[in-house]
Design a protein around this ligand. Structure first.
Ligand SMILES: Nc1ncnc2c1ncn2[C@@H]1O[C@H](COP(=O)(O)OP(=O)(O)OP(=O)(O)O)[C@@H](O)[C@H]1O
Ligand SMILES: [Mg+2]
Length: 345
């Protein structure tokens, strides 16, 4: 029987789950679903709150009829420290480990004893000759964050098959490891954050996370019009960033926040081309719930001068014909969960 893998994305607004089976080289959709995240969710440190969260996860497994207990889970980009270290000479594995430990002290604002350090080699010359070098993507996950995720999973009766960062999961589902796909900026707009990754040749070269996401847009509307948050949220979802709606008043209120996000996107694009001058970003893929905002794709395309696409993590996954339309409506919300389920080890 084909092996079934499960990806679980515990977001601030909603928890998403996807299960896939793999036959030869083809993933197939088995089940998916989402459920609102109870407050305060992962932000809490008390067992009682974490139990409530775990119960929602259990409910989601029941409603989607997913029976597997092994799950891949994502750590939010804003809670981990990610950096590409590219000024290393040719190094053996052992030398690399100590060089990374040394370099990590510079960008991790906490003791190395309190983080799990992982890395992925992006470039390594074959030998020591010429201008041989090593480039590595280094990820430091605070142990207290990791243990909270494991605790919630255990409370839900689950076992972590893998824990990785959201950016790594999204890159797998949206770009894959195709060395020929054009260099891409992935933007993931969630509730509390927007995360960025410059991806080229299927590898991540630059990441960033800012604390401006969908909630900041909702807050801007609430303040501008003196709305309750729930009403502002509705207006945002119905009218979005379309200039000729409600005499442009919504647009006016949302624009300063969208410009913060667009400005950061521009900085990541510039930082990437400054570092890798022969390799510039050719397109933007917009992911997360925020990608569904009316008018946002066109606005960003104009602001950045690049083609902007809405994320479709289902593009390479086999699914029943009548599922296709339904999946399309919410596609961008499932990028993390699909990428997690596609993880093979
Ligand atoms: N049609 C829409 N127009 C505008 N915003 C939308 C729309 N649909 C969803 N959103 C916004 O997307 C956000 C939720 O996205 P998503 O499900 O990716 O977040 P999350 O994973 O729960 O949160 P996080 O990643 O921050 O933990 C909310 O801020 C919501 O208002
Ligand atoms: Mg999310």
């Amino acid at each position: 029987m084909a092996k079934i893998t499960v990806g679980l994305d515990i977001g601030n607004s909603s928890i998403k789950i996807v299960s896939l089976s793999k036959d030869k080289d083809q993933f197939k959709l088995i089940s998916l679903g989402s459920i609102p995240t109870p407050k305060p969710g992962m932000a809490s440190d008390t067992d009682a709150d974490l139990e409530v969260l775990a119960n929602s996860i259990k409910q989601l497994f029941q409603s989607t009829k997913i029976e597997q207990k092994e799950v891949a889970v994502a750590l939010p980009e804003s809670r981990v420290f990610t950096r590409v270290i590219d000024d290393l000479p040719y190094l053996t594995d052992n030398e690399l480990a100590s060089a990374i430990n040394y370099a990590a002290e510079e960008f991790i604002p906490m003791s190395l004893a309190d983080v799990n350090l992982n890395w992925q080699v992006l470039v390594r010359s074959e030998n020591k000759t010429g201008n041989a070098k090593t480039v590595a993507l280094v990820i430091a996950s605070p142990k207290h964050v990791v243990s909270k995720y494991i605790k919630v999973l255990e409370m839900a009766g689950l076992h972590p098959r893998a824990l990785e960062t959201e950016i790594i999961a999204i890159t797998r589902s949206l770009v894959g490891n195709n060395p020929f796909s054009p260099s891409t900026l992935i933007m993931q707009m969630g509730t509390t954050t927007t995360d960025f990754a410059a991806v080229s040749k299927g590898l991540i070269w630059l990441t960033r996370s800012i604390s401006t996401g969908g909630m900041a847009l909702t807050r801007a509307l609430a303040q501008h019009f003196n709305f309750e948050l729930s009403q502002a949220e509705q207006y945002k979802k119905v009218y979005g960033l379309v200039e000729d709606q409600l005499e442009g008043k919504l647009f006016e209120a949302l624009k300063p926040v969208v410009d913060i996000i667009a400005g950061e996107a521009r900085r990541v694009i510039q930082a990437f081309s400054a570092k890798y001058p022969q390799n510039s970003i050719k397109r933007v893929v917009l992911s997360g719930g925020g990608a569904k905002m009316q008018g946002l794709i066109i606005y960003l395309a104009n602001a950045l001068g690049l083609e902007v696409q809405e994320a479709d993590p289902w593009y390479s996954i086999a699914k029943e014909k009548d599922a296709v339309l339904k999946l399309a409506q919410n596609a961008s919300s499932y990028s993390v969960a699909v990428g997690l389920a596609q993880r093979e080890d």
